[in-house]
Ligand binder design. Sequence first.
Ligand code: ZN
Length: 599
Amino acid sequence: MKLDSPISYRIVPASPEAHLFEVTMTIAAPDPAGQQVALPAWIPGSYMIREFARNIVRIAASSKGGKVALKKLDKHTWQAVPCAGPLTISYEVYAWDLSVRAAHLDQSHGFFNGTSVFLRALGQEEVRHEVDIAPPPGRGYGKWRVATALARVRGTKAYEFGKYHASSYDELIDHPVEMGSFTLATFRACGVPHDIVITGQHDCDLKRLTADLQKICEYQIRFFHGPRASARNVPYERYVFLTFALAEGNYGGLEHRASTALICGRNDLPYPGMTGTPEGYRTFLGLASHEYFHTWNVKRIKPAVFSPYDLTRENHTTLLWAFEGFTSYYDDLVLVRAGLISVADYLGLIAKTVQGVLRGAGRKKQSLADSSFDAWTKYYRQDENAPNSIASYYTKGSLVGLCLDLLLRRETGGKKSLDDVMHLLWRDYGSKGVGVAEDGVEQAAYAVGGTPARRALVAFFRQAVYGTDDLPLRGLLEPAGIDLEIEPGAAPALGARTGSAPEGVKLTQVLDGGGAQKAGLSAGDVVIAIDGLKVGTANLDKLLARKRKGAKVTVHAFRRDELIARSVTLGAAELSVTAAIDERGSAAARRVRLAWLGH
Ligand SMILES: [Zn+2]
């Protein structure tokens, strides 16, 4: 028997109604000592142990028509008894997780990440892997097509079922696959073909969407590869945006080397006749821009500890503030520089981020280096106490990017910026496939800033990344002629965040030092009355607005169905932040803004 690849798979969406993919893996030359195979415990980009092997519902092995015994070694590893090749392993994967991280299959579409469906042949990760993607059996699937950035084997037509390949296991699992009767639009950015694929009902104005995505992609390609960038410079042959348009409020994305999986509310997409850039669409463009920026920052410029990934366990790095934070900084910055949103809109987004960061007491307890390191058990596994205990390497990390950008501009008289740091990281690490050491981002900033900026940069990193003092935002925004106003909350408040409950108001998060916490109210308590009057989400704020700050109110609530009464001293509502251009600002401030925002 002649095999085209040392490792090959055939994946069939065998039972859409039962959400089962059938996978057959063939290993041409199994390990003579007994081939081991394993499914990853996590998917790169989403830093949490997910134990994908729990979705394998049946598994068996054979060789030359005879059954081969499989022994399970741990939660995600199997070993075949020694046998002559080829070794075939057949298994079923339950796929009912409609997120960007796993696999999903029903009668409307199929989606999978390789981390959910392709077993890894231990010791054979660096060989060619081939996968035959088959359509569902039965009628009704004639319009299904395939969308993926995986390379096609000769003979497989674009967007069709058939054979695809990768040069290693790492590459195989970095190309998610969508199948179904999706919407497809295409465009070129700097000569590179890009696909936008939309699954789910929608009324998207594809012309508007592709025009805007093209601006984002071209800006970013030129950012990393220069103003004359062409397909020859770009580190991928084509790029695919896989988009799931779902119900209102859905949001998410995961980056890959030549594609991304996105989840949005269907009404976030632009519609025919839409004018301007409404908030939902701005959010969608920000998400697309974010994941696209990751094509460089984290997929290629990556921590040394991710080179290669250890797919069996947590991979700790202190650097997510740079890989997620800087990406979060550039996602919206690209929108304003590419002319897709106004400067006023951009400043509004900055203010919102600052507000979110300053509202969390956790920022005083956890540094960004620690937040990055503990992402696996803290940021990704947030509970009701998260605002009190966690600093976000996304939001605060994006503000570190903002501060570092403005600091470099100030200290070098406008000659250098964070852009130069990113370019250096690309040149010395990303383009060479070299991992970034844990102090590598700081060292890059020192190299860009040079001797005159060094002292200020050292102090900045100590404060911003390793410390918990608030960032020097106001002082750094001032030379750009931007006023950042932080207003303490005016209205009387309980000191808790709330959600709706059938019988009242549920406390979802009880904030450190607030009246609710001091009085002994807890997250999960359902408040039903204040000073003897029934409350719901509709009248809580109105009722509290009639009180004074510092006043004591009697709160009745249910906890575990038991009625409790607590005397709460009302504090102030959470602070709010605005950012605006100082219209009396100097010409120098205008020049700083122009160089920074491109307007
Ligand atoms: Zn990200």
